[in-house]
Design a protein around this ligand. Structure first.
Ligand SMILES: *[C@@H]1O[C@H](CO)[C@@H](O)[C@H](O)[C@H]1NC(C)=O
Ligand SMILES: *[C@@H]1O[C@H](CO)[C@@H](O)[C@H](O)[C@H]1NC(C)=O
Ligand SMILES: *[C@@H]1O[C@H](CO)[C@@H](O)[C@H](O)[C@H]1NC(C)=O
Ligand SMILES: *[C@@H]1O[C@H](CO)[C@@H](O)[C@H](O)[C@H]1NC(C)=O
Ligand SMILES: *[C@@H]1O[C@H](CO)[C@@H](O)[C@H](O)[C@H]1NC(C)=O
Ligand SMILES: *[C@@H]1O[C@H](CO)[C@@H](O)[C@H](O)[C@H]1NC(C)=O
Ligand SMILES: *[C@@H]1O[C@H](CO)[C@@H](O)[C@H](O)[C@H]1NC(C)=O
Length: 857
């Protein structure tokens, strides 16, 4: 392995790739290495001893691999280490007691998510620069050393999911020791064996504290009223402890709270009415306590509330009708209380509701017919109440329904036939009601273990496993006395009706086919996401999560819990007629392509609801933390920051990335694809500044020979992309790879000159192409984006005499402009091929690197 011979290498990162196998011991020969970053691969085997030879190492991150074994003791000799990351591997053994003395410069320590045992080293308190300490998800035992409290700069402490105990059973004094950590922001101590009274000293914890997670311990006592000091608290979780007393009214002053989880304690008293002051609440879990009194109406003011769990208390009174005014509500669980009255008929306003549980209360009245409007319902539990009347047929239109439990009520009437049509229903319990008539035999009713209809004495039919009596045969004799005329009339009416039905069916089947196209076209290897997951991931599609608005949709940033990663969620604009088509094109285009420089699609979501006409479509894409190339090229002066300037080599790399993506689409995709909408705002940059082409909403598969006209400039095309569109599209030419090459040429010129094709400088016949062409070759320096040379200008200043280097840089720029110009010539067939562009750009890059080395010598 040759990598070990790069003795001058000081920075090496393979972050977030798919490297597998062992970490090569030869890395130990990289004697200049300061930073080694292998985070997020699938490396296995043990951590090689040889890394202990890297005496200059300051950053070591091996987190998120599959490394096995103990941390080689020799690594603790690397006293320069500032960041030591071995989290989320399969490491075991214990940490040396002197850890904090061995590594006195430690700033960040990540050992979470392994199988470490033994005590937490007291000496960590001596690593006085430590500000991130992650010990979570291991099997550490013993008590939390009070010395952690010496770390004045500590910002994050995570020790959750271990076996840690309090020093003394009756006192949770470790919390008190943290009161000197005056910048502490995040404290995770949940799921240990901490016991003792929750001390009043929490009032003296850092005012910066935004996360306090103490759930799953054995903490008792009341929640101290001094908690009101923690004004920046966002997430407070103390579930599954032994906390008693009431919920302090002072908690309602923490108006930044978004997550409050106090479920599974012994809290009593009422839910304080000012809880409505917590207007930022997303999640409130107070289930399994001894709370009584009524449910506060003021909760209706919590307009961001998504999950509201109040189950298993002694709440009485009615369900506040204000609950129907929380549009963001996803889950409402008020089961196992003593609630009376009706389910508000306004419930239809909860368009996002996906789980409703009112089981085991004393609710009465009919099930509101409007429930069919809650189109995203997946779980509906209403068992053990006094609901009467019949099951509203609209329940049968809830096509996302997975579980429905209406058992132990007083429901009458028939089992709605539509329940048999629900595509993903997998649990249906209608037992112990007074239902009558025939039980269907199709859909879920074919599966006796998924359906329960016990205790309804007037039901008949169904499959034999349900053991119901046969339905009585209809007695036709009674109908004979009807006269012939009436019979003929009935026949005519029936014929008309069936004609209408046929029409309806045709319309319906057309729509359902549309649904199939978009959901199935991505193939089977994609994850299924639910609307609720998307909703939660984006905080209810909130504007704070919005990262971009495109022609056909909005893009949100979000975290889908199950995928444990940040993703971008592109939601289609429903008003846009073309959006739906664009979505299908994008799905179809992205179905088969996979390339390092093309944004990855994780999954798609699409629903169509026949009743409401609600149509919702979204694409879940790889999230690109560095935003779009457009932002990087055109920052206004005031946000200019030295780190945010793209230098020449970065621009060259990006240009090669984009060219590779196009070459792939044009020459390696079967059938070939034309992107049609290449421009800087559609180029996204990842963590490592690698370019990814995105937005395939206009992409066209050329071999199908369909004459799409989308590449053309038409009234729908916003001004922004006009400058990038090949001139021949204006005159009706079909989409072709030449068109993409044109856009690429313009984009490359924009990257070199820093000027948009829509710049005021440009008039009718005089565009970016002509502007660049005119400067060739002598005046190229006059048109380049000066920021691109920021590094070189220093060099040039310091090496006034080094004309050779200067002329080499000049030569690179000339070549770049030449490539851009020859890609954007008028005649389509005279434009370059992408594979030639790549080769030429690579040549320029090598030449430039040689020049840089030359000037450093
Ligand atoms: C490291 O370098 C030494 C001396 O140059 C060489 O003998 C050894 O084989 C190298 N080790 C590895 C693992 O490459
Ligand atoms: C650490 O370095 C010291 C001296 O530099 C040496 O004596 C000791 O053996 C080393 N420890 C390990 C585990 O190699
Ligand atoms: C560790 O820090 C504590 C408190 O600052 C100090 O008393 C102790 O001497 C230190 N230990 C060593 C070995 O430096
Ligand atoms: C906080 O620091 C002060 C001074 O450094 C010290 O006297 C006090 O005991 C510390 N408090 C805790 C709870 O560690
Ligand atoms: C909080 O700190 C103040 C000042 O250091 C002290 O007087 C008070 O007793 C502390 N409160 C608690 C509850 O520890
Ligand atoms: C709740 O908000 C109201 C109005 O802003 C305020 O008067 C009241 O003091 C707040 N209650 C609490 C407990 O913070
Ligand atoms: C249906 O509900 C009844 C009463 O709630 C319960 O006893 C029964 O076990 C349930 N059936 C199934 C299949 O879960």
């Amino acid at each position: 392995m040759a990598i070990g011979s790069l003795s001058k290498l000081y920075y090496l990162s393979f972050r977030n790739n798919r490297l597998s196998g062992h970490i090569p011991p030869s890395l130990g020969n990289l004697s200049s290495l300061v930073s080694l970053d292998l985070l997020g691969n699938t490396l296995d085997g043990s951590i090689p001893e040889e890394l202990g030879q890297l005496e200059k190492l300051q950053y070591l991150t091996i987190d998120g691999n599959k490394c096995l074994g103990k941390i080689p003791y020799i690594l603790y000799n690397l006293s320069s280490i500032q960041v030591f990351g071995v989290g989320r591997n399969r490491l075991y053994g214990s940490l040396p007691p002197q850890l904090g003395l061995f590594l006195p410069n430690l700033e960040q320590l990540y050992v979470g998510g392994n199988r470490f045992t033994g005590p937490i080293p007291v000496s960590l308190g001596n690593a006085s620069n430590l500000f991130i300490l992650d010990l979570g998800d291991n099997n550490f035992t013993g008590s939390m050393p009070m010395s952690i409290g010496w770390l004045k700069g500590l910002k994050l402490l995570r020790a959750s999911y271990n076996q840690l105990v309090s020093e003394k059973d009756e006192e949770f004094t470790f919390i008190t020791s943290l009161t000197n950590c005056s910048v502490l922001e995040k404290l995770h101590l949940s799921h240990n064996k901490f016991s003792g009274i929750l001390p009043n000293s929490i009032a003296n914890l850092s005012a910066q504290l935004s996360i306090m997670h103490l759930g799953g311990n054995q903490v008792f006592g009341a929640i101290p009223s001094g908690i009101e000091n923690l004004a920046h608290m966002i997430s407070l979780r103390m579930e599954n402890n032994l906390l008693g007393g009431t919920i302090p009214i002072q908690l309602m002053k923490l108006n930044k709270l978004q997550y409050v989880v106090l479920a599974g304690n012994k809290l009593s008293g009422k839910i304080p009415n000012p809880i409505g002051n917590l207007t930022q609440l997303h999640l409130l879990r107070l289930s399994i306590n001894n709370l009584h009194g009524s449910t506060p109406r003021s909760l209706g003011k919590c307009q961001h509330l998504q999950l509201l769990h109040l189950s298993d208390n002694n709440l009485n009174g009615t369900i506040p009708k204000e609950f129907s005014d929380i549009p963001s509500l996803l889950e409402l669980d008020i089961s196992m209380n003593n609630l009376i009255g009706f389910l508000p008929s306004d419930i239809y306003k909860l368009k996002n509701l996906f789980r409703l549980d009112t089981s085991n209360n004393e609710l009465s009245g009919e099930i509101p017919k409007t429930i069919g409007t809650c189109v995203h319902l997946e779980y509906l539990y209403m068992k053990g109440n006094l609901f009467h009347g019949s099951i509203p047929p609209s329940v049968g239109t809830l096509r996302g329904l997975q579980e429905l439990d209406l058992s132990h009520n007083d429901l009458i009437g028939h089992v709605p036939d539509d329940l048999a049509q629900l595509p993903i229903l997998e649990y249906l319990n209608l037992s112990f009601n007074n239902l009558e008539g025939e039980v269907p035999k199709q859909g879920i009713f074919q599966n006796a273990s998924a359906v329960s209809v016990l205790g309804n004495n007037k039901l008949c039919g169904g499959i034999s496993e349900l053991h119901l009596p046969q339905c009585p045969k209809k007695d036709f004799k009674k109908e004979w006395p009807i006269s012939r005329k009436v019979l003929i009339l009935i026949a005519i009416v029936a014929a008309l009706l069936s004609f209408l039905l046929l029409c309806l069916l045709l319309v319906w089947s057309k729509k359902s086919r549309e649904k199939l196209v978009s959901t199935l076209s991505m193939g089977d290897n994609f994850l299924r996401v639910t609307y609720a997951e998307l909703f939660r991931a984006t905080n209810g599609f909130s504007s704070t999560n919005l990262i971009g608005v495109g022609r056909y949709g909005s893009v949100y940033k979000g975290i889908i819990d199950r995928m444990e990663m940040i993703v971008a969620i592109k939601v289609l604009k429903l008003q846009q007629q073309r959006a739906s088509k664009s979505f299908r094109d994008e799905c179809r285009a992205l179905r088969s392509i996979q390339h390092r420089n093309i944004v990855k699609v994780f999954t798609v979501y699409s629903t169509f609801n026949l009743i409401s006409g609600n149509d919702f479509k979204a694409l879940v894409l790889e999230y690109m933390p560095n935003g779009s190339l457009d932002n990087w090229l055109h920052q206004s002066e005031n946000e200019l920051h030295p780190l945010k300037i793209l230098n020449l080599i970065q621009r060259l790399n990006l240009a090669i990335d984009i060219a590779c993506a196009l070459d792939y689409l044009h020459n390696h995709c079967r059938p070939p694809l034309v992107h049609c909408d290449l421009k800087p705002s559609n180029i996204l940059l990842d963590d490592d500044m690698v370019a990814h082409v995105s937005d395939f909403g206009l992409a066209t598969i050329i071999s199908e020979g369909i004459n799409y006209s989308q590449c053309q400039t038409n009234s729908l095309t916003p001004k922004g992309s006009i400058g990038y569109i090949a001139p021949e599209y204006g005159t009706g030419a079909n989409p072709s790879t030449y068109g993409d090459v044109y856009s690429y040429g313009i984009l490359l010129l924009e990257m070199v000159t820093g000027k948009r094709p829509s710049d005021d400088l440009f008039k009718d016949d005089f565009g970016l192409h002509q502007f660049a062409k005119m400067a060739l070759p002598e005046s190229v320096m006059d048109i380049v984006d000066r920021r691109l040379l920021s590094e070189d200008i220093d060099i040039i200043r310091h090496n006034r005499n080094n004309n050779r280097v200067n002329s080499m840089v000049h030569e690179c720029l000339v070549s770049l402009v030449k490539i851009g110009v020859s890609c954007s010539v008028e005649s389509p067939r005279a434009r370059k091929e992408m594979k030639d562009v790549i080769a030429e750009l690579q040549k320029v890059r090598n030449f430039y690197l040689a020049a840089t080395i030359a000037r450093n010598v």
